[in-house]
Design a protein around this ligand. Structure first.
Ligand code: F6R
Length: 611
């Protein structure tokens, strides 16, 4: 949440920062701003999207070789010009941007007010900035020293960038809990929340660690810990192409990312799944096979869509590996004082690898001795780095705020893990193992078939776009898919939607059914098929409007449903990789037919780095 960019070097800073902010806008789009250092320290900021900032500075002198920029997802203080970042310190000498939350800001603010400080915004950021400046003034020291002292008193999460009027060409940065990547160019440095603003200029990056301070000049990068000891920057090569973060001819990132799924799932399986040989190569699993096959319990920890992937993993691991699984919302798990025993394996599932609740839940579990396996998409992210072992989902950068290709990537990784562990453990026999490996190998081609012709889904979207509520129902492996379909519809089209196990419907939600309520059944051919047919009849008997996701060739469900979206036949364990695709498309097409910004739905942000 919140995107930050910084630049120092021989280029004009403003265009670099502006382009970077546009790439990071998925992290928040309530307001944006830049601070430029050019003898003077100038700040420009504006409520609304980055394009509004861009328009507001037309004709102004934006010349500078050093600067910082921010795109905001509001936490403290409503979205407005005055709450937008960067903030200026009381003296006007220091500008700061911040991604995160300072939890003890209220007590620090009181201290500062008692000392005579006034505040121009409602943000915790301005409090931290003036706190730093106050320490600097009292100690008559440098900004870096003051920052180090201030951070020792701060409770919360932050990635901050600071520039100072009397310190030309220098950006000072610090992080704890919120991400920071530094791109290393020739005589220039780029700073950002993720690599997307950097990739165009350099592939050499340093991921700054928690409790590190970076002093960044065009020709120099110094990393220190809070004890003022120098740290050796670990330079890594980015494995990402510019095309991966551009729309590539699609109207929206969401549509591009839905359509990328045949390739992203293929990339996830590539080099790992060998159907003919009947092998699965995953070093993170292989190197820890003892811990994984003897696990007494697995705990899936995640949020949102990733939590739905965890729920599907529960079905997979219990069935194929006979390991008891619990699926936890990270936000609850972190505060609940959960019981963690030797032999427990925590599986962290996250697209961004930066979700604050998941990160802290894992830190707590790690302190209690848990073994953490990360299923993460963003390479080099905090969760990837703090996991004991892991497997990347290789879906590539996901820019659309609603998760689509990352979800199917997570499912592909989790399915491979369950197969590998179950086979090694002996709970999965050779025949079934081979069947599932082959089925998984066929998934990318089948996803392609679903995406080949989406006209029926577009027509269904048009027909139901004015409904006020939707119900999504599924059984077994299709129940988490129903939850995911409902979540996608809510976030993209602002239509209230609920997901339920189809059989639970009778215990309450059926009261909602009338001739206006669209009920989406995820009703592919599986072991519950007969039962879900009965559930469809129960809805039809009450005049509900049934939209079904059905298996190609099925005649029974289509005979009862008002509208049908077809997917190819697949083993029920793997079917969610297909049945979720029409649901992603349905919410996309409803969203655009209502004229909504599907890539940046209101109030949301990708990468939720605040709790
Ligand atoms: C929904 C969505 C969110 C994320 C959730 C977890 O479309 O994108 O629900 O799934 O915020 O994010 P990650 O996976 O980055 O930890």
């Amino acid at each position: 949440m919140c995107g930050i960019v910084g630049y120092t070097g021989p280029r004009e800073a403003y265009p670099v920062i502006l382009k970077g902010l546009k790439r990071l806008e998925y992290r928040g789009y309530d307001s944006s701003g830049v601070a430029l250092l050019n003898g003077e320290l100038k700040v420009y900021k504006k409520k609304g999207k980055v394009s509004e900032l861009e328009e507001s500075v037309v004709g102004k002198n934006m010349h500078a070789f050093t600067g910082i920029g921010h795109t905001r997802w509001a936490t403290h203080g409503e979205p407005s010009d005055r709450n937008a970042h960067p903030h200026l310190s009381a003296s006007g000498q220091i500008a700061m941007i911040h991604n995160g939350i300072i939890e003890n800001y209220a007590s620090i603010k009181r201290e500062l007010i008692n000392k005579g400080y006034h505040f121009n915004s409602d943000t915790d950021t301005e409090v931290l900035l003036n706190f730093i400046e106050d320490i600097k003034k009292n100690n008559n020291g440098t900004l870096e020293e003051a920052l180090r002292i201030a951070l020792k008193r701060i409770v919360g999460a932050y990635c901050i960038l600071l520039i100072e009027k009397d310190n030309p060409e220098t950006i000072i940065a610090a992080r704890k809990g919120s991400p920071l990547v530094i791109g290393i160019g020739k005589g220039e440095h780029f700073l950002a929340s993720d690599a997307s603003p950097i990739i165009e200029y350099t592939k050499e990056v340093v991921y700054v660690n928690d409790y590190e301070i970076a002093i960044v000049k065009p020709d120099e990068l110094i990393l220190k810990n809070l004890g003022n000891e120098k740290q050796t920057p670990f330079i890594q090569k980015l494995d990402m192409e510019l095309a991966a973060i551009e729309k590539g001819g699609y109207d929206h990132f969401m549509l591009k990312e839905i359509n990328e799924q045949p390739d992203t799932i293929f990339d996830c399986l590539r080099g790992r799944l060998h159907a003919e040989a009947g092998t699965i190569t995953m070093s993170g699993v292989q190197n820890n096979i003892q811990a994984l096959t003897t696990a007494q319990r697995m705990v899936m920890v995640a949020c949102g869509t990733s939590w739905h992937a965890g729920l599907l993993a529960e079905y997979m691991f219990e069935e194929l590996c006979r390991i008891p699984v619990e699926v936890e919302y990270a936000s609850e798990f972190r505060y609940r004082n959960p019981v963690i025993k030797p032999g427990d394996v925590i599986i962290a599932i996250s697209q961004s690898g930066e979700t604050a609740d998941t990160l802290v839940a894992l830190e707590n579990a790690k302190q209690q001795g848990a073994f953490i396996f990360g299923v993460v998409n963003a390479v080099g992210s905090s969760i990837a780095r703090m996991s004991d072992a892991g497997a990347y989902s290789h879906a590539g950068p996901e820019i659309g705020v609603a998760s689509t290709k990352a979800f199917t990537g997570q499912l592909a990784v989790l399915a491979m893990m369950a197969l590998k562990i179950g086979y090694a453990k002996g709970t999965l026999d050779e025949k079934r193992y081979r069947e599932l490996i082959k089925g998984l190998e066929e998934i990318p081609e089948k996803v392609k078939q679903v995406l080949n012709d989406t006209s029926a889904i577009e027509a269904i979207a048009e027909k139901y776009k004015d409904a006020h509520d939707f119900l999504y129902l599924g059984r077994g492996y299709n129940f988490p898919v129903a939850l995911e379909g409902a979540l996608k519809l809510k976030e993209i089209s602002y239509i209230h939607a609920e997901g339920y196990p189809a059989a639970e419907m009778k215990h309450g939600p059926i009261a909602l059914v009338d001739d206006k309520l669209p009920v989406v059944f995820v009703a592919t051919k599986d072991r519950y098929y007969e039962k879900i047919v009965s559930n469809v009849q129960e809805i039809k008997a009450r005049k509900g409007r049934v939209i079904a996701v059905a298996t190609e060739g099925d005649t029974v469900i289509p005979g009862m449903a008002d509208d049908v979206m077809y997917v190819p036949d697949a083993d029920e364990i793997l079917a969610p990789l297909l049945s979720v695709i029409p649901l992603q498309l349905l919410s996309y097409y409803i969203g655009i037919s209502k004229g909504l910004d599907v890539d940046k739905p209101r109030n949301l942000a990708k990468s939720v780095t605040v709790e």
